[in-house]
Design a binder for this molecule. Structure first.
Ligand SMILES: [Zn+2]
Length: 484
């Protein structure tokens, strides 16, 4: 069986022409190799002297030559960091000190203000061995002991951003982009027991969630309380007007389209809120009706394919602001989001979020979009068509005792219509905010880096093979997929 399936499983890798390009942008497919270290944000400085008067600042500040790999200049220094020259301003380095004099050991709160650092601060002694940098200061912050030593390791020098873990476990982490086949072959299932009680299994689940944006929990006790337990393992519940947790059941005249038995097209939840939830859980308690399958699409994969093939459309999607609303008697919410939200708003950089939720769209008359609508429409239509393309849609019917966890602003979800004449359908849902889950990614990785970086893709379980067969035979088209 695996010999027959092997070419199919490999198909997505070959079919994604973005791969070499994406690899540089941290969207690459996973590999067993160590994660490549990111390039520093610090500008690369030319070794050539930039001033006509060649002052020896090492002698000026320290009265001795600088250590190998360090060049002192007025107000700043160059450090040779892993073969690259990086520039650091003395003020910024001083500001980054995390010693016990500067940062409280227990509360981790900083004991000085950035503005307390004298603007003319400079080193009086430097040690650098290629891995650790130590600096003692002349004209340090008032009140700081002359014994004060600032120490920095390579990692701190490389990424001094406000959120250093963003490369490995944060918003700039690597993503495994998937289509139907890649998801069918690589979906991650974890038992409730392991997820709750086995640290390694939980860490592995978080790693898959970080990479793929979706995982599944199985063998969950039959109880309405479980969705809260599963969610709070990742972070605090995100409360909304739907409640701390909520139910999707067939209810006549429901105000929210998710609460009816008609089909529901691809969407993301709560786009009308200021901070749409980062992660969503759906725990299946009953699903004996005909239909009611869940459908998922990796919107990052769709968007990046569009960037590759139709760069003009992609650029328009990064500019196209759509309005969303929840407009009822009790609650009125509204917000606008670009369809593809880029880092620094730059279409050449990294995707931060995709925002796409047609069922909750509001009129666009109030924003500038309508002026160029015919042009934007073509780009949005391309996104809609690619999203609903059979090869991008992963479909499964959740069974009682199973829960899907997915990244709400990456993985689009939809649902086939179901027949309530016979059988029952009941899902319990919950949300967890993005930063809470990113924090859990980081703590999981720190607790067990080996799990976080191990391989494990392309190993088909019996269930995955079964799913693969079922999704092959059932040709899902835009017509029957439930976007009527
Ligand atoms: Zn310090």
């Amino acid at each position: 069986m695996s010999r027959v399936l092997a070419p199919l499983v490999r198909l997505p890798w070959r079919r994604i022409p973005l791969r070499p390009f994406l690899a540089r942008r941290s969207y690459s497919t996973p590999s067993t190799k160590p994660v490549p270290q990111p390039k520093t944000d610090h500008p690369v400085v030319n070794r050539a002297p930039t001033t006509a008067v060649d002052i020896d600042y090492a002698q000026e500040y320290m009265g001795k030559p600088a250590p190998k790999g360090v060049k002192l200049m007025r107000g700043k220094m160059n450090v040779e960091l892993e073969g690259r020259i990086s520039m650091f301003k003395y003020m910024v380095l001083r500001d980054a000190c995390k010693c016990n004099l500067c940062v409280d050991e227990h509360s981790k709160q900083r004991k000085f203000r950035s503005t307390d650092i004298p603007p003319l601060i400079a080193p009086r002694d430097i040690k650098w061995d290629g891995k650790k940098l130590q600096i003692q200061w002349r004209s340090d912050i008032e009140g700081w002991s002359p014994d004060h030593v600032s120490k920095y390791d390579v990692e701190a020098l490389r990424d001094q951003g406000a959120n250093p873990p963003r490369w490995h476990t944060g918003t700039a982490r690597r993503r495994f982009l998937w289509d139907k086949w890649a998801m069918t072959a690589n979906q991650h299932w974890v038992s409730y027991e392991d997820y709750m009680n086995d640290e390694k299994a939980f860490s592995r689940a978080m790693r898959y969630l970080a990479l793929m944006g979706i995982i599944f929990v199985k063998d969950i006790p039959d109880s309405r309380e479980m969705v809260e337990k599963i969610a709070t393992r990742m972070g605090p519940l995100r409360n909304t007007f739907y409640g701390m947790t909520w139910d999707v059941r067939s209810v006549p005249q429901a105000k929210n389209v998710a609460y009816t038995n008609v089909s529901l097209g691809f969407h993301m939840d709560l786009m009308y809120m200021n901070e749409p939830p980062g992660f969503q859980l759906l725990h299946c308690l009953q699903n004996s009706c005909d239909g009611g399958e869940s459908l998922f699409v990796d919107s990052f994969h769709v968007a990046l394919n569009i960037r590759n093939k139709y760069p003009r459309y992609f650029e328009q999607l990064t500019r196209l602001l759509l309005n969303y609303e929840y407009n009822h008697k009790e609650h009125v919410y509204g917000n606008s989001w670009p369809v593809v939200e880029m880092e620094d708003g730059d279409p050449k950089k990294r995707i931060v979020h995709v925002n796409y939720s047609p069922p909750f769209q509001a009129p666009m008359i109030s924003n500038d979009v309508h002026k160029n609508w015919s042009e934007y429409r073509r780009a949005l239509k391309k996104f809609a068509v690619e999203t609903e393309r059979d090869r991008n849609v992963f479909q499964l019917k959740l069974n009682p005792g199973e829960c899907v966890i997915f990244e709400n602003r990456r993985v689009l979800h939809a649902r086939n219509k179901f027949n309530t004449d016979q059988g029952q359908r009941w899902l319990a849902g919950a949300y967890v905010d993005e930063d809470a889950v990113l924090s859990t990614f980081r703590t999981s990785r720190d607790a067990d880096p080996s799990v976080w970086y191990d391989s494990g893709f392309n190993k088909l379980t019996a269930r995955q093979v079964e799913l693969m067969k079922s999704t092959t035979s059932a040709e899902v088209t835009a017509e029957n997929k439930g976007t009527e």
